[in-house]
Design a binder for this molecule. Structure first.
Ligand SMILES: NC(=O)c1ccc[n+]([C@@H]2O[C@H](COP(=O)([O-])OP(=O)(O)OC[C@H]3O[C@@H](n4cnc5c(N)ncnc54)[C@H](O)[C@@H]3O)[C@@H](O)[C@H]2O)c1
Length: 346
């Protein structure tokens, strides 16, 4: 039985531990169109025999308005109407762009997701934020609208490259840091490979992470307060991602470590936590040190949406499993960046 959760913008059915073939029971005889990317389409050719498919090139650089135009043109060709169900089958790039296209086509059509990356399963497909990038600005244009359903099929992860596994674990570790000390401890006891080959354990972990995100969004769908906690590690992380050639998960890992250093100054966080987190990130093949350039990073942080004069809203840890949002002076972040361990020694 699916789990059903109601948010301000709609009710979502969560089909955990499901298989792609269950789709036919969910959408029954509805008119459906799939949106997927070229990598997923070539790895899973069966998709194209299930429903009409719109295949867009893979890669974050295609998460833009031009691709929305392409999707809309093809929806018209497939004679899609408001009752058509648009199925986003892919990573976070696909679920973000599908949700946005579905929210604006004919002022809103139905849509559902089948996330195929770990990051998609624990984070990107959940919460109703859909959108595209504009120029250098990530997710500048978008909507908040819930999908009708999300189907979780961990079989897709068998083809996922190692880096994408680590990217997913960066967000899982984030949930441990901000909400769940027990999950943090469980992760400490294992290595990435343990989850790789143990689908029942992975199913449970995905369910738990989705639960944390859903609980947060049920309380604060429009990101007025609590939902902001999910940005732990992301303020500096996004700046690091912009400046250095790192994946999102790698950049967020460094952002979370930097946030620990900031937290030591702001909340008196035990300095041991920093070392525990650095070790955990290494266990999941994520970086724990980088030679940062304070001036360049501060220039990017100065443009942050959350900036207010010389201060910025920042997510800090009180202890593992507990976070809060605080307005802090930029100087505190600068000091943390200046003292951040260089690559090769922490
Ligand atoms: N809406 C939200 O709340 C939210 C939250 C977090 C991230 N995001 C967005 O999610 C995106 C990142 O998601 P992502 O990491 O899944 O990126 P992605 O969708 O770009 O996928 C990463 C790569 O993995 C490939 N891939 C997907 N499934 C695969 C599979 N089963 N086997 C092999 N390869 C596969 C993709 O083709 C791509 O090359 C970003 O655009 C980010 O902004 C959104």
């Amino acid at each position: 039985m699916p789990e059903s959760i109601t948010f301000g913008t709609g009710t979502v059915q969560y089909h955990y531990k499901a298989r792609l073939t269950d789709l036919k029971d969910i959408v029954f005889k509805e008119h459906c169109v799939i949106v997927t990317d070229s990598t997923v389409a070539s790895l899973y050719p069966e998709l194209e025999s299930m429903y009409p498919c719109i295949v867009i090139p893979s890669g974050e650089e295609h998460k833009k308005l031009k691709t929305i135009n392409i999707i809309i043109e093809q929806l018209l060709e497939y004679k899609a109407h408001r009752k058509t169900v648009l199925l986003g089958i892919g990573g976070g790039m696909i679920t973000d762009i599908t949700g946005f296209a579905a929210s604006v086509y004919m002022r809103g059509m139905r849509f559902g997701f089948v996330p195929t990356t770990l990051l998609g399963m624990v984070d990107a497909s959940i919460g109703g934020k859909n959108g595209v990038n504009f120029g250098l600005q990530k997710n500048l244009v978008g909507t908040i609208q819930q999908p009708q359903f999300i189907l979780f099929d961990t079989d897709f992860l068998s083809t996922l490259p190692a880096l994408e596994w680590s990217n997913g674990f960066a967000e899982i570790i984030k949930y441990g840091c901000i909400f769940d000390a027990h999950m943090f401890e469980t992760l400490q006891k294992h290595q990435l490979e343990y989850y790789h080959y143990n689908h029942p354990v992975l199913d449970t972990l995905i369910h738990k992470c989705a639960g944390w995100k859903n609980k947060t969004i049920q309380e604060d769908e429009q990101e007025k307060g609590l939902r902001k906690l999910l940005n732990f590690g992301h303020t500096a992380g996004h700046a690091i991602e912009t400046l250095y050639n790192l994946s999102h998960g790698q950049a967020i890992s460094l952002g979370m470590l930097l946030a620990c250093k900031v937290s030591e100054a702001v909340t008196g966080l035990d300095s041991e936590v920093y070392y525990q987190l650095a070790n955990l990130l290494e266990q999941y093949k994520l970086p724990s040190a980088l030679t940062l350039h304070p001036d360049k990073l501060m220039d990017i942080l100065a443009m942050d949406k959350k900036r207010n004069g010389n201060e910025v809203d920042y997510i800090v840890l009180n202890k593992i499993g507990s976070a809060s949002i605080q307005t802090i002076p930029f100087d505190v972040i600068r000091t943390a960046i200046e003292n951040f361990p260089h690559a090769g020694n922490h």
